[in-house]
Design a protein around this ligand. Structure first.
Ligand SMILES: Cc1cc2nc3c(=O)[nH]c(=O)nc-3n(C[C@H](O)[C@H](O)[C@H](O)COP(=O)(O)OP(=O)(O)OC[C@H]3O[C@@H](n4cnc5c(N)ncnc54)[C@H](O)[C@@H]3O)c2cc1C
Length: 290
């Protein structure tokens, strides 16, 4: 095996919130084949967690037991395989996918430009923005299970909804074939520019956050409910509800995962009490409390 195996690796530096305890062990695969080989060597009961760019993750302060597979900068193949079809491996950053498709004169992937995660994370979360959603452009995916068995399935085999994908067993995304439409590079570039400008104006993009903490309830916006509950600027330790966008929680420099978790619970409880709405988290909380 030619990847890198790290023991007791601190995870805070791999998450956009900059919090989280260590991974018991972390594997950085050389590529797909190497990863498949590595998975086959793990004990049957091993807990396996896949990490993309950690932009939608709350890793608790006690860290993650078992093995973390880190795809960042690893599964990074991307190529045009048919007139409108692009093959993308799980570790490719979404912004690179948007740029690649745009340069080829293909349209449909522009919304990915502002999502600071990997293609694998976008598939898992059905990430979306400004009307676009990841699974709207998926043709098929390549999966690997905990034993290293690889399979391919069409998008129609999955039940997809807002920030949710059902149909995955104990398996993860190795790659995807995206299906796009003929577009104009210039037009797509303009669209991306406008999307990024809008983001910078409305979101604290230069602060450590995980993007939207809560999913929007049907017909409403989590940010509106949080702001109307008077919670902008409310802080627990080093975690603070953003003044710029109420559905973002900023790490002001010294937050722990426990601070963030406590603040999330406080926001849920206040919004429930004041607005009668139960907010569900979009962010994935993983690992052990310390
Ligand atoms: C400033 C900011 C803005 C954001 N804006 C948006 C937005 O507009 N829209 C949006 O939808 N999200 C947004 N996000 C959230 C986040 O970027 C997305 O959810 C993104 O898709 C997560 O990708 P990731 O690689 O960082 O995944 P991670 O955070 O590393 O992981 C998220 C989940 O995906 C799983 N996962 C990762 N890789 C794989 C794989 N290969 N196979 C199976 N499971 C996998 C992980 O196990 C975990 O459960 C934003 C985040 C930030 C910080």
């Amino acid at each position: 095996m030619s990847g890198i195996l790290l023991k007791n690796e601190p995870l805070a530096k791999y998450t956009s919130w900059r919090v989280g305890g260590p991974a018991e062990q972390m594997y950085l695969p050389e590529g797909k084949e190497d990863l498949v080989e590595f998975l086959a060597t793990l004990p049957e009961q091993e807990h396996i967690f896949w990490l993309g760019l950690g932009s939608n993750l709350l890793v608790r302060d006690g860290g993650i037991a078992g093995t973390v597979i880190n795809t960042r900068g690893r599964l990074k193949g991307m190529q045009l395989i048919d007139t409108y079809k692009v093959y993308v491996e799980a570790g490719v950053p979404c912004a690179h996918v948007a740029r690649f498709c745009t340069d080829l004169g293909l349209t449909g992937a522009e919304f990915l430009a502002g999502i600071p995660g990997t293609m694998g994370g976008a598939l898992r979360m059905n990430a979306g923005a400004f009307g676009g959603e990841t699974w709207n452009i998926v043709d098929s995916v390549e999966l690997v299970d905990a034993r290293g068995k690889v399979s391919k399935r069409g998008a129609e085999k999955f039940e997809v909804a807002y920030r949710s994908v059902k149909g995955l067993g104990d398996e993860w995304f190795l790659s995807v074939e995206l299906i796009l439409k003929k577009g104009e590079s210039e037009q797509s570039q303009q669209k991306i520019k406008a999307l990024l400008e809008k983001r910078a104006l409305t979101q604290p993009t230069n602060k450590p956050t995980c993007g939207s903490v809560f999913m929007n309830p049907p017909g409403d916006y989590a940010a509106r409910l949080i702001e109307n509950s008077g919670l902008k600027g409310y802080a627990v330790g080093g975690a603070c509800v953003s003044e710029k966008h109420a559905n973002f929680i900023e790490n002001t420099g010294h937050a722990t995962a426990a601070d963030i978790e406590e603040l999330i619970e406080y926001v849920q409880q206040q919004v429930e009490q004041k607005q009668g709405v139960s907010l569900q988290t979009e962010v994935c909380s993983v690992g052990e409390a310390s």
